[in-house]
Design a protein around this ligand. Structure first.
Ligand code: NAP
Length: 254
């Protein structure tokens, strides 16, 4: 990322979940380069340490905490440690998700349904419950959904439905948390990351997906970070309850 960036997050404290690689890492990097104190997290200490180092090497003020988002103690610890260090919260990006199955909806095991709900939807709500008392006036929440939220495909049915739920969650929380906190959502198109490798790693599938965009390419993690930074910043001060589709023009909604 060589272009000159603004400093929209100077003095702001931002927590980004699932942020040691992929989209979450790029969001942390973008907010950090724009001046935020960023708190990154994921399940594995080693990944947290490596990501902290990479961000520090870019001159970013960063703090790393292990947090499996479906672990209540670790969620609480993430908020507590952030407050102990910085004393407040301005931005939360809820980015963690799993996609553990390609089974059809009718064949998805109960245990898998629970896992999808727990990590993709419930953990986002519970984290915000813990964080709410510390969110400042003018703060902002960004929830990461997916283009498949609009029409869950057969191979990602239940995953897609959890992402649809996040569109509703965004609307409902925006009303509940107004006027002090804005709540918005980013729906990424397909981005080659570890998470999407089972799709984007297949050359034929990748070409098919590229052809479904208007811009003839898949997304980058930086594309998603730029959209998230916009929604989290004061540039979007009059935007709440909205979902921004960042998918190169891929069909989503009218
Ligand atoms: P990714 O590159 O595979 O990165 C996943 C990150 O999440 C890693 O830092 C991982 O680190 C962490 N993580 C995984 N499970 C976690 C958990 N239970 N609690 C906390 N951290 C966890 O994934 P990505 O593609 O950037 O996906 C990020 C988000 O974008 C997800 O919500 C996904 O649904 C959404 N999305 C992605 C695409 C795409 O095409 N890539 C498209 C639409 C939406 P550890 O292993 O250390 O935990």
């Amino acid at each position: 990322m060589d272009k000159k960036l603004g400093k929209r997050f100077e003095g702001k404290v931002a927590i980004i979940t699932a942020s040691t690689q992929g989209i979450g890492f790029s969001i942390a990097e973008r907010l950090g380069l724009e001046g935020a104190f960023v708190v990154i997290s994921s399940r594995k200490q080693k990944n947290v340490d490596e990501a902290v180092q990479k961000l520090r090497d870019r001159g970013i003020e960063v703090f790393g905490v292990v947090c499996h988002v479906s672990n209540a103690q670790q969620r609480k610890n993430l908020i507590d440690k952030t407050i102990q260090k910085y004393g407040k919260l301005d931005v939360i990006v809820s980015n963690a998700a799993v996609n553990p199955t390609v089974a059809t909806i009718l064949e998805t095991k109960e245990q898998t349904l629970d896992k999808l709900w727990d990590i993709n939807v419930k953990a986002a709500i519970l984290l915000l419950q813990d964080a709410a008392p510390y969110l400042q006036k003018g703060s902002s929440v960004v929830i990461i959904s997916s283009i498949v939220a609009y029409r869950p495909p057969a191979s990602m049915g239940m995953y897609g439905i959890t992402k649809t739920a996040l569109l509703g969650l965004t609307k409902a929380l925006a009303a509940e948390m107004a006027p002090n906190t804005r709540v918005n959502c980013v729906a990424p198109g397909f981005v080659p990351t570890h998470f999407a490798k089972f799709i984007t790693g297949d050359a034929n599938l990748r070409r098919e997906l590229e052809a479904k965009t208007l811009l003839s390419r898949l997304g980058t993690t930086q594309d998603m970070a730029a959209a998230t930074a916009y929604l989290a910043s004061d540039d979007a001060a009059y935007v709440t309850g909205e979902t921004l589709v960042v998918a190169g023009g891929m069909q989503s909604r009218l």
